[in-house]
Structures are given as C-alpha cells and as structure tokens.
Ligand binder design. Structure first.
Ligand code: SF4
Length: 196
C-alpha cells in the first residue's frame, strides 16, 4: 500500500480509475460506508455525489443531518470498471484504507449503505440481506460493531435497489429511511449532535 492514499496501486482498480476517491466529511459523527465510487465520483473525486449519494443526502437531511455533518467513504476507493461489484481481492487490498478511515474519523455510528458495505463491516447471517436489515430494525438482530463502532445496515440507495419492494409490498426506500433514522438515533444516544 502506498504511503500516499491518492496514489495507491495496491489492486488492479488503479489501472482504470480516474482518481482515488478519498473519505470526506465531518469526523466524530455518522460515517456512511458505500460499496465503491461510481462514474460521477470517479470523475469528480468526491464520494456520494451520484444519484445514490444524493438519495442518501436527502434521507439524512430529512432527519436533520446535513451533508457537511457526516462523513463518507467506500469499501474500495477506486471505481470498478462498468460499476461492477468489487472483487474479493480488491476489497481485501483496500481494507486497510477502510480501517484507517474509521480510525481517523472516529465515528460514533457507521451506516452500511448496501450489502457490499455490510459484508465488509459485519458478520452477516445466512439469510437474505434485506431480512437482516429488517431484523436489525426490529431488534431481533443486535447491532454489531466494527472497530468498536455500532454499524446500522441499510439497503443500497441506488435507484435500482431503492425503488424495489419486498414480497410483502414494503418499499425498500421506507426500510432505508427507517435504518437511517436508527443510525441517527444511535448517534444522538452517543452524545453527538444529530441536528444543526
Ligand atoms: S481500490 Fe483501494 S487498494 Fe485498490 S488501488 Fe484503489 S485505493 Fe488502492
């Protein structure tokens, strides 16, 4: 791993990225962890600025948390070609950077945005990810920790995932909003100001 995070060449994603997307945002509060930068993030060098990121911004803003109030990073910091899922060795190569971001940002709660982030941060049971998210919301699955920080799982905020419904008709966007509210509640309970 390079000493300079912006020049990392530890996995093949360095060959196709435009630039490394580094963590950004406020330390000491909520840290959103996504799967990987997409096209907009790759071009701008800023995380969570595409449609999925803007959706998350909107959900958190509804809860009183402005974009400047929380931090963002991804499981891998370079965009996979064609937005494919990051491969296991790429995730492994970037895991030190993720741990370093958590150490540096000292969040009081982590919001795992989508299954890929949750897989890296948590030990997932053998059940569909969405059922795990709902069980966590209902309290039948306890909140797990990553680096000592509580992690709340939520559905991915990409349009494809966000606009789906469960078999019982519940909209994933509603489950996502409830998960985000759970994370903000954990944040408030930890003594951090959740609102401006
Ligand atoms: S994805 Fe992570 S490990 Fe791979 S080159 Fe980018 S910063 Fe380095």
């Amino acid at each position: 791993m390079s000493a300079d995070p912006a020049r990392c060449t530890a996995c093949r994603l360095c060959e196709t990225r435009t630039q490394v997307v580094l963590p950004d945002g406020a330390a000491g509060g909520l840290l959103a962890v996504g799967e990987a930068p997409g096209r907009d993030e790759d071009l701008q060098g800023v995380g969570f600025v595409g449609r999925a990121g803007r959706t998350l911004d909107g959900v958190l803003l509804e809860l009183g948390l402005h974009r400047a109030d929380y931090a963002r990073t991804n499981v891998v910091r370079c965009r996979p070609p064609e937005n494919r899922k990051p491969r296991r060795d790429e995730v492994q190569a970037c895991s030190g950077w993720l741990q370093g971001a958590v150490n540096a940002l000292q969040p009081r709660v982590i919001l795992a945005v989508g299954q890929s982030a949750a897989e890296q941060l948590l030990t997932l049971p053998r059940q569909p990810y969405l059922e795990f998210v709902v069980a966590t919301l209902q309290g039948s699955e306890p909140l797990q920790r990553y680096g000592g920080v509580s992690v709340v799982p939520m559905p991915h905020t990409s349009p494809l995932a966000w606009n789906r419904r469960r078999a019982d008709g519940t909209a994933l966007r509603d489950i996502g909003a409830r998960a985000a509210a759970q994370a903000v509640s954990v944040l408030a309970a930890a003594g951090a100001p959740a609102r401006r």
